[in-house]
Ligand binder design. Structure first.
Ligand SMILES: Cc1cc2nc3c(=O)[nH]c(=O)nc-3n(C[C@H](O)[C@H](O)[C@H](O)COP(=O)(O)OP(=O)(O)OC[C@H]3O[C@@H](n4cnc5c(N)ncnc54)[C@H](O)[C@@H]3O)c2cc1C
Length: 386
């Protein structure tokens, strides 16, 4: 937080130091070239930051979720974009919480060192969208293997990952008592899958975010790649999403502070009508308002991660933190763009890039409406709408 910037200073300083090698210009160039920030991801991995949430017995850094959020916040606050690699930080949680000891021993140490990347999680489908229990991708057990058929959309970082977590239906919807049952998760070896029935089609999009359509045509997955119990996959995925939402809230908070830092400096420097534009209250107030909302969102982020670290239920806090932070960063983005005037549109100021990047988080990984719906139904007890 801005007002009390003395929290987790060791981590903040270490990330700021690392980010000196990867200033905003680095991310601008990567964005212009639609490239993947390999050097940045490697540096973060080598320094152990992407293994923050992997326990030390599996070779990770064994940090708390609170500390992990500070890492993501600082990357984005320095002008970077954690979206290129945040999956590596939270996807392993599914394996850690629900994988067998053999799976954990086999994969986690290699994920911690960066020898294996687990950047991808395939849930969303083109014809079902947010209505996840209706997914149509199936995995049918046959001779010690699961045979997968179906389609996914918007699956990120597949081309820069070795492993992917896949959600598929193992029992048809008509045969389960609860619609959330009968889905399972699998660990997919991406390179192997691409030789044996998985097709990857990139989706060009508004941000430099590598994301894809996936097509499965009789893809065979060894039985030992099932994570946890068959039929419980949806619950396992939901468990992991709360950490994901809290980390993404932190990225938005980092973006928000970046916009505030940038626009505050500009408003002090830019002289129009013989005085700094920041002397006008019409300029000051939208910046101050966005700043207040970022500070408030940051508190909710700390509360969500505190509860996660204390093993308390925190679905509500994770969702609310993500909603507040994504809206606050967008508010700051708007103020920053507006008060840069025409210069806000010039690539070299990085404002338009960060503006695009932060907008994503009101849609993914869960849209704002679905958070309202969660709070209305699960917290306030209003009747279910779907
Ligand atoms: C760049 C990017 C990266 C992504 N990466 C991944 C990934 O790695 N893995 C993955 O599985 N998915 C990924 N996604 C998918 C993302 O999680 C979904 O796009 C998001 O959850 C919204 O789902 P949808 O696009 O199907 O929208 P839909 O479900 O079709 O909804 C469209 C709109 O309608 C609204 N809406 C729908 N139903 C209701 C309702 N009942 N009440 C009110 N409003 C409603 C939604 O809020 C939304 O605004 C990514 C998406 C993007 C854009």
């Amino acid at each position: 937080m801005y007002l009390e910037d003395n929290q987790y200073n060791d981590i903040r300083e270490a990330i700021r130091d690392l980010m000196k090698q990867f200033p905003a210009e680095y991310f601008r160039k990567i964005d212009e070239e639609k490239a993947y920030p390999e050097q940045f991801v490697n540096a973060l991995t080598q320094a152990g930051w992407l293994a923050a949430l992997i326990p030390t017995e599996y070779g990770g850094s064994g940090l708390s979720l609170t500390e992990a959020t500070v890492i993501m916040e600082e990357i984005n606050r320095q002008g970077g974009n954690s979206g290129a690699c945040h999956g590596q930080m939270y996807n392993m949680g599914t394996l850690l919480r629900h994988g067998s000891e053999a799976q954990k021993q086999r994969y986690l140490p290699k994920i911690a060192t960066g020898e294996l990347r687990l950047q991808s999680m395939a849930v969303t489908e083109p014809t079902t969208g947010t209505d996840t229990t209706k997914i149509k991708t199936t995995a049918v057990k046959k001779d010690g293997r699961y045979v997968v058929n179906g389609q996914k959309v918007w699956i990120s970082r597949v081309q820069h990952s070795d492993l992917m977590i896949l959600l598929a239906r193992t029992t048809p919807l008509e045969q389960v008592t609860k619609k959330s049952e009968g889905m399972s998760i699998f660990l997919v070896d991406i390179a192997q899958a691409m030789q044996q029935g998985m097709t990857v089609r990139p989706i060009p999009n508004m941000v430099n975010h590598e994301t894809n359509e996936l097509f499965f045509d009789n893809l065979e997955i060894p039985e030992e790649n099932l994570i946890g119990e068959e039929g419980k996959g949806f619950k396992y995925i939901l468990d992991g999403l709360n950490a994901e939402r809290t980390l993404i809230a932190a990225e938005c908070i980092g973006d928000g502070y970046w916009f505030i830092d940038k626009v505050t400096q500009y408003a002090k420097d830019r002289q129009v009508f013989g005085r700094p534009i920041g002397q006008n209250q019409g300029v000051q107030f939208p910046i101050a308002k966005a700043f207040i909302n970022i500070e408030a969102a940051s508190l909710m982020r700390y509360e969500a991660s505190r509860r996660f670290d204390a093993h308390l239920p925190m679905g509500a806090q994770a969702n609310m933190a993500k909603l507040l932070a994504s809206e606050a960063s967008w508010e700051a983005a708007n103020a920053c763009l507006q008060f840069h005037g025409g210069f806000g549109f010039a690539n070299e100021y990085d404002v338009e890039r960060k503006f695009r990047e932060t907008r994503l988080y009101q849609v993914a990984p869960i849209s704002t409406n679905l958070i309202y719906s969660y709070v209305a139904e699960h917290i306030l007890g209003l009747p279910r709408s779907f």
